[in-house]
Design a binder for this molecule. Structure first.
Ligand code: UDP
Ligand code: MG
Length: 307
């Protein structure tokens, strides 16, 4: 059986269409399936729609989060609730072309354990967005050690991989990268990003910046090493100035330069603060992880009676 995991946040306009389109395609191909919708604490009628769908249609599971926990948490909940021999994660707005699920499934039948959905283009976006997205992906590709520039959350995972991912206790994972990190026998399928079928994107600029910083720090401690490098550079600068000041003292030409002192003090001060900030960020993350709070809270769920 194939589990289709569909995170949905304020998607009352698209859940029904998404469900019907995906089940239509899978039925036609005679693929046994379950659709797991994760309502990520929507404020609209998404969950009511899901329950109504479960009443009249088969193979539908709807989970409802107690509040918005984010797409990463929704994917984790979907993977934990899935019963399939493999699972596909797909967006509810059908920006990921659903007919590609069949292609991914066939590759899985051939023996691949992970089938990555790779975007041929990123669809509509502004120049600035494109620039930052490229910077982010080039950093994350370096730290993960794979080219992630066109990676997405649209992918198929074998049961073995799902079990491994479910057993990782990390609270703030990055699904897109974890499937590269785990290894396994993988291949990819290319797809064009569609237009959203309804509603609008759920990500603000601020969300995207937070997401980028959080994901880079989840895979790399390089920023903390920058602190060490800065410290060494500062030590050198101090040595040079120290020797210079001593020579001046010895030959009886002590420094007048108050300006130099001020500049150096401010410079060291700012570097110290930035460094403390970077270390503080990682300490905060350790604290978040160690508190051991759940990634998400499922408050209610509904399910089709006939399976
Ligand atoms: N989503 C979610 N929780 C959130 C934000 C988004 O479950 O907090 C879901 C959303 O319903 C959609 C998918 O994640 O199915 C992708 O979101 P969106 O289309 O807004 O992102 P974009 O395609 O613009 O990157
Ligand atoms: Mg979208």
């Amino acid at each position: 059986m194939l589990s289709v995991i569909i995170p949905a946040y304020n998607e009352e306009l698209s859940v029904e269409t998404a469900g019907d389109v995906i089940s239509g395609i899978l039925k036609k191909e005679n693929i046994d399936y379950e659709l797991i919708f994760i309502d990520d604490g929507s404020k609209d009628a998404t969950y009511a729609k899901l329950c109504a769908m479960a009443e009249t249609r088969e193979n539908i599971v709807g989970l409802h989060f107690s509040r918005n926990f984010g797409k990463e948490a929704a994917i984790s909940a979907g993977l934990a609730a899935s019963h399939g021999d493999c699972a596909v994660v797909i967006d509810c707005d059908l920006q990921h072309p659903p007919e590609k699920i069949v292609e991914m499934y066939r590759l899985w039948q051939e023996g691949y354990e992970i089938v990555e959905g790779i975007k041929t283009s990123r669809g509509e976006e502004t120049k600035a967005h494109g620039f930052f997205a490229n910077q982010f992906y080039s950093i994350i590709s370096k730290v993960v050690g794979f080219d992630m520039s066109n990676a997405s959350d649209f992918k198929l995972l074998d049961r073995k991989v799902i079990d491994v991912i479910n057993s990782i206790p990390e609270k703030k994972g990055f699904f897109r990268a974890i499937s590269f990190w785990v290894g396994y026998h993988k291949t990819s399928v290319e797809y064009d990003v569609n237009e959203r079928i309804a509603g609008e994107t759920k990500w603000s600029k601020k969300d995207l910046i937070k997401y980028a910083i959080s994901n880079i720090s989840a895979y790399s401690t390089a920023p903390m090493q920058i602190v060490t490098v800065l410290g060494v550079v500062m030590l050198f600068v101090t040595l040079v100035f120290g020797v210079w000041a001593l020579i001046d003292k010895i030959i009886g030409r002590a420094l007048e330069g108050m300006t130099t002192v001020i500049i150096i003090t401010i410079f060291i001060g700012s570097i110290m603060m930035i460094s403390l900030g970077i270390i503080g960020y990682y300490v905060a993350r350790i604290y978040e992880e160690i508190k051991g709070r759940p990634k998400y809270i499922v408050s209610t769920q509904c399910q089709s009676k006939k399976k």
